[in-house]
Design a protein around this ligand. Structure first.
Ligand SMILES: [Mg+2]
Length: 287
């Protein structure tokens, strides 16, 4: 089959699967308005070998820019605030870095004071991990200030056992003293202050700022375990979308397979909105 036909068929198949999501969209969002919230890695960009390679495509940046003209848009990520702002480079977006410990956007700025207290512990642990794991090829200890990540996607299988042993030996005392907590992501250990703050709480915090009257439908798209907090937080309030090639147990209501399907969904959202605005301006105003 010719390449363009395969692509066309794939796109059509994707649309069929997206139908339930899109009908919810038309019902809930096109009339009332929506707030769009995204994870970054694996959701807006494909998962890559090293975090610095996860560059936002021009296509996706263009779509995000068009979306900001219609909706409040937020990006919530495990990356540092400075990093995500640089990678996306768009104004009018609410950015939440370090799993939501740092938030900045049009007219808001938040840094969790509790999290700041843990900063010296995390910084010290990062130095220990860099030294202790230095002999393992491909490991990357990323000190992001308020949180840290240990990436091991590029580490050879035979060295994983060694890596995990050393990691836990160094991290365990701080976990036991309840200063930090460690969560697992896709080939990454996430080190965070042990305080009751996560992507879900950050999402609710942002939505309360941008939509205090609770008029909009929040839509959250994410691909990894930390996104489950976000899906759970919006369980009764919004549309939640897991981006995953495989079906798996999740708190999200809908599934998109990959970043390509996310793009189709966003295009549809932009086109659908344009259509709704041209066709039924009055009903939108009444709602
Ligand atoms: Mg992700």
């Amino acid at each position: 089959m010719a390449k363009e036909n395969v692509e066309k068929n794939n796109a059509e198949a994707a649309m069929v699967k997206m139908e339930p999501l899109l009908s919810q969209l038309e019902y809930k969002c096109l009339g009332r308005g929506a707030a769009l919230l995204f994870d970054y890695d694996g959701t807006l960009t494909p998962i890559v070998k090293s975090p610095e390679l996860a560059v936002l495509s021009q296509d996706m940046r263009g779509l995000l820019k068009r979306l900001t003209k219609r909706y409040p848009v937020a990006i919530i990520t495990g990356r540092s605030l400075a990093d995500i702002k640089k990678l996306v480079g768009l104004k009018k977006i609410y950015y939440a870095g370090n799993h939501g410990f740092e938030i900045s956007g049009p007219k808001i700025q938040l840094m969790s004071p509790q999290a700041e207290h843990v900063y010296p512990t995390i910084s010290k642990l990062c130095t220990e991990l860099k030294n202790g794991l230095g002999h393992i090829h491909g490991v990357f200890v990323e000190d992001k200030g308020l949180t840290a990540s240990v990436h091991y996607r590029r580490v050879a299988q035979k060295e994983l056992h060694d890596l995990k042993n050393i990691f836990w030996k160094m991290a365990k005392p701080h976990v036991n003293s309840a200063k930090i907590k460690v969560t697992r992501g896709k080939k990454v250990f996430e080190i965070r202050p042990n305080i009751k703050w996560n992507k879900g709480k950050a999402i609710i915090w942002i939505i309360d700022v941008i939509d205090p009257k609770k008029e909009l439908t929040p839509i959250y798209l994410g691909d990894d375990r930390t996104d489950e907090d976000g899906f759970l937080a919006l369980k009764d309030r919004g549309l939640t979308v897991l981006v995953s090639e495989r079906r798996r147990k999740s708190n999200a209501k809908f599934l998109l397979k990959n970043v390509a399907e996310v793009k189709i969904f966003l295009k549809k959202l932009i086109d659908g909105v344009n259509h709704a605005y041209t066709r039924t301006p009055r009903s939108n105003a009444v709602e």
